[in-house]
Design a protein around this ligand. Sequence first.
Ligand code: GTR
Length: 326
Amino acid sequence: MNILKSLAATLLATAAFTSAAVACEVTLKSSDTHPDGYPTVEAVKEMGKLLKERTDGRICVEVFHSAQLGEEKDTIEQTKFGVIDLNRVSMGPFNNLVEETKVVSLPYVFKGVDHMHRVMDGAIGEEILAAFEPHGYVGLAFYDGGSRSFYNKVKPITSIEDLAGMKVRVMQSDIFVDMMSALGANATPMPYGEVYSSIQTGVIDGAENNWPSFESSGHYEVAGYYTLDEHLIVPEVLVMSKVSWDKLSPEDQAAVRQAAKDSVPVMRDLWVAREKASEEKVRAAGVEVITEIDKAPFMAAMDSVYEKHVTSDKLKDLVARIRATD
Ligand code: GTR
């Protein structure tokens, strides 16, 4: 009997030990405004998978998609305080907090998506990632956000003149407000989650975004004209709260950083596929897509935005180096 009892006790202890060994010791809460299946959401899941494997199951990531943890500006604040551990957001809402993010949010600063990749994968990208740290965030990796273009419910935009007086939603950053003013439109900064109903009810005439966001948000259902002027190529960023980061050992911090970096190629493949699928869906829904557009006047109108926002030597140098990157 005693032997049986001690055998049972040993078995119980072993079971407890085994489950402790496979259970997550740390679960990093990650925020994303996009729905499940969106490339950024899937990329952070991939990062979590790699991290779990590489830490023998100790560190896990749980992705809260569809803005379950709030709109980007609010989640950025919560991340600073460690309420949210990881956050995948556009660099736009970071502009007023981390000065360096402004340079990659300037209209037409990149020659195209390949140029953006070359810049962000190199020394400039590393510098921008490092710039988050003094503000309470650890920059981990950049993801793709394609090119952003205008859409609206009123009429096809074929020139700057068509934008005159239009109410256009932008992300919450002064750069984008000034960009719209320079184009003669009225900027309405508002959280992403309010855009659909605001277009529907006429609070705004339209907004601007890439194919996957235009599609996944359903904005194409209420804004039937999409003009491919590609005024912005704003990379996305995955950041970690410095508060959460400081709780990890240097080895685990390195594992987090590496897993984030390793999720980037996965993200890029998913992005290319999603851009295509989203474009097909939006076109099939009957949205009028304006592709014949002279971008030169749009670019020329941006001088005032650069003059106002690229003022410090640091930013001037970054912009010059981005432009000099082949
Ligand atoms: C999307 C981006 C989001 C969010 C959104 C917006 O393209 O992926 O992070 O910034 O745009 O317009 O608010």
